[in-house]
Design a protein around this ligand. Structure first.
Ligand code: ATP
Length: 307
């Protein structure tokens, strides 16, 4: 009886885990090899990324087919550069991330990567070109090594350890009871927010994808963890086309390009230097309010949220 019971119990546990994983759509984006809803078009080609230029060209989208969530949004995220996306809650920032990964079809316009319409390439090649770091990284039941390997199943142990080093994760991994073989997830050791983020960054590094989607953390980490996460992020962003949903003032100020979304529309874009100069600009107003708050908070070393 016990023998018969055990597999059933295991299966039930898997089921619960899958359901939990599906609860939060943002988590799904991190599990990059999940089957997306969209099928490939007949004769779909492999995406070939030479530079990594991402273009949103008059993108229109509604989840329900009626109420527009993105209205003719056009901008370019240039190869190897960082594009910060800012705007109030509900403006459509996360939806842009869902669309570039083809979780939904567009209602109008197109998204291209190096001139190739993402609707016409295989979803596998598209997903392979993109790494996603979320603000609430999902850890599977399994070892730390397995969790990093999710970024690329054929990564070698040496590559996994190199990624962990670059992500500033090695030190805390080696402090765990079984190092890389330590179990994490529901029944494993619990990790702090900053540690989870660094595992997620290591996962993105092993993926070796030229395009990085980053949803910055809104909650402040402790100072040491914060600095290590920032350093790791800077390493992973280097030489990749990065689109970041920015919640930190420093990210926006240092970005190569800023896109301001409001109610599904692109209302302003440019660099920090050009946008702050617009006397009645949305961004300039935003910045004035936030930098005032940031000064207040800097004494405590806390991060600052823009959205
Ligand atoms: P936040 O900063 O709060 O994350 P956001 O700018 O990322 O906001 P989105 O999450 O893209 O905004 O949401 C844009 C709009 O689309 C909102 O009105 C939201 O309620 C709606 N929306 C988001 N996801 C879905 C979904 N899966 N189904 C239906 N509507 C959705």
């Amino acid at each position: 009886l016990l023998l018969a019971y055990d597999p059933v119990r295991k299966l039930a546990r898997v089921q619960v885990n899958v359901e939990r994983a599906l609860v939060n759509a943002r988590m799904i984006y991190e599990i990059l090899d999940l089957e997306p809803r969209q099928e490939d078009v007949p004769g779909a080609k492999e995406l070939v990324v030479s530079r990594g230029d991402v273009v949103f060209d008059r993108v229109r989208f509604a989840y329900d087919g009626h109420r527009p969530v993105l209205r003719d949004v056009s901008f370019e995220a240039r190869a190897g550069k960082t594009t910060a996306i800012v705007g109030p809650s509900g403006a459509g920032k996360s939806t842009l991330f869902a669309l570039i990964q083809r979780f939904y079809d567009l209602d109008g316009g197109r998204i291209t990567i190096d001139g190739q319409d993402i609707a016409l390439v295989t979803k596998r090649s598209l997903r392979g070109a993109i790494a996603y770091v979320s603000q609430h990284p999902y850890l599977f039941e399994g070892t730390i090594r397995d969790n990093i390997r999710y970024g690329r199943p054929d990564a070698t142990d040496a590559e996994i350890e190199e990624a962990a080093r670059l992500a500033n994760a090695e030190e805390f991994i080696l402090q765990q009871p079984q190092g890389y073989e330590t179990l994490v997830g529901e029944n494993g050791v619990s990790l702090s927010g900053g540690q989870r983020q660094r595992l997620s960054i290591a996962r993105a590094i092993v993926r070796r994808a030229p395009i990085l989607l980053l949803d910055e953390a809104t909650s402040a980490l402790d100072n040491e963890s914060e600095a290590k996460v920032q350093e790791a992020l800077e390493r992973v962003m280097k030489n990749r086309t990065t689109l970041v949903i920015a919640h930190r003032l420093s990210t926006v100020v240092n970005a190569d390009h800023i896109v301001v979304l409001e109610d599904g529309m692109l209302v302003e874009e440019g660099t920090h230097r050009t946008l702050v100069k617009k006397p009645h600009g949305v961004y300039a107003r935003f910045y004035r309010m936030q930098s005032q708050k940031a000064e207040d908070l800097l004494e405590y070393g806390a991060g600052q949220s823009l959205a």
